[in-house]
Design a protein around this ligand. Structure first.
Ligand code: IPE
Ligand code: IPE
Ligand code: MG
Ligand code: MG
Length: 324
């Protein structure tokens, strides 16, 4: 974990530890074959971004209750289910500096483990006295699946426009971040305008986060990022730098990108990286992400100042400056 992220999570450290305990307790099974798989995915911790959003939104709107730990555990389960399934779709071999389940145990085990995680998330969420959170999380997972479906529908569409790309990332990534912030405030019965502002923060932050993820897929270093890179171009998925390139680069560069994307060169992603790097298209995407971060930070101004709010402000910056 980077220093920036460590300082962000410090203030909510004990609560994140409670989320980890809850996560393990809930997923514990009497079947050894199940526990082996669960143990494998939970041995490699991620950044805990989504649980952190729930907890910080809670702290920013009056403090933390038991329900915050529950929802924070639920969203990490949802997130991990989507990662386990996403790695099947992307045929990825590395995640969080460890082997993916599909690489280790095959697609069948990975699909079923993803189901197990999503099923547990709803099982836990429905333990809350109100159905509100289950409904909101359900709406979010619907959007998430729609985002992934829209993405594969546009696989190989090298003329994908920015608007459709933004629609994809809003659903597959930003919707969950928005829901985390919304629910953190909802538990505290925060005023509607504060809840809405936090939701805007989560949505903009989530979009910036995915743009940065897509930039890292092109320019990142695998030993730092800790997951298989170059997958987007490998799978014919157009991300913001490529969309910008197709809009602005000279005709011969655009047709070169098109033939590289359509081809099967073993060093395809390296060639594409070398083509894109000098073009300014990476900078364009990073600037877009920064604009979204500014929007996220502006939304925070609608809330009373607090340490948690300050941390959320730092977190918005971290999303685009993170190396992994
Ligand atoms: C990865 O999310 C999936 C995306 C939405 C880009 P994270 O980068 O938050 O994954 P972990 O939890 O830290 O591994
Ligand atoms: C996946 O997007 C986002 C999800 C919502 C699962 P990516 O395919 O870009 O995520 P990574 O890069 O594999 O983490
Ligand atoms: Mg992926
Ligand atoms: Mg990615």
């Amino acid at each position: 974990m980077t220093d920036a992220m460590a300082s962000i999570t410090e203030s909510i450290g004990p609560h994140l530890a409670a989320v980890e305990r809850r996560f393990h307790d809930e997923l514990d099974s009497d079947l050894r074959c199940v526990n082996t798989l669960v143990k494998h995915v939970s041995r490699f911790r991620g950044k805990m971004l989504r649980p952190s959003l729930v907890l910080l939104a809670g702290k920013a709107t009056g403090g933390l209750r038991d329900e915050h730990t529950t929802i924070a555990t639920v969203v990490e389960m949802v997130h991990m289910a989507t990662l386990v399934h996403d790695d099947v779709l992307d045929e990825a071999e590395l995640r969080r500096k460890g082997a993916t389940i599909n690489h280790l145990r095959g697609n069948e085990a990975a699909v079923l483990l993803g189901d197990f995680l999503i099923s547990h998330s709803f099982h836990l969420c429905s333990s809350l006295s109100s159905q509100y959170a289950s409904r909101l999380i359900g709406r979010t997972t619907n959007q998430l699946a729609e985002g992934e479906l829209l993405q594969i529908d546009n696989r190989g569409n090298f003329d994908l426009d920015e608007e459709t790309y933004l629609r994809i990332i809003t659903r597959k990534t930003a919707s969950l971040c928005a829901a985390c912030c919304h629910l953190g405030a909802w538990i505290n019965e925060a005023p509607a305008e504060q809840t809405a502002a936090l939701e805007t923060y989560g949505l903009s932050l989530g979009m910036a986060f995915q743009i940065q993820d897509d930039v890292l897929d092109i320019v990142g270093d695998v030993s730092t990022v800790g997951k298989t890179l170059g997958i987007d171009v490998e799978k014919g998925k157009m991300t913001l730098p490529l969309i910008h390139f197709m809009r602005t680069a000279p005709a011969e560069h655009r047709s070169l990108l098109r033939s590289l994307l359509a081809g099967n060169d073993p060093d395809k992603s390296e060639q594409i990286r070398n083509l894109i790097l000098p073009s300014g298209s990476i900078d364009f995407a990073v600037n877009r992400a920064h604009q979204l971060v500014d929007k996220a930070r502006q939304a925070l101004r609608l809330l009373p100042s607090s340490d948690a709010l300050q941390t959320m402000d730092v977190m918005a910056e971290f999303v685009v400056n993170r190396p992994h």
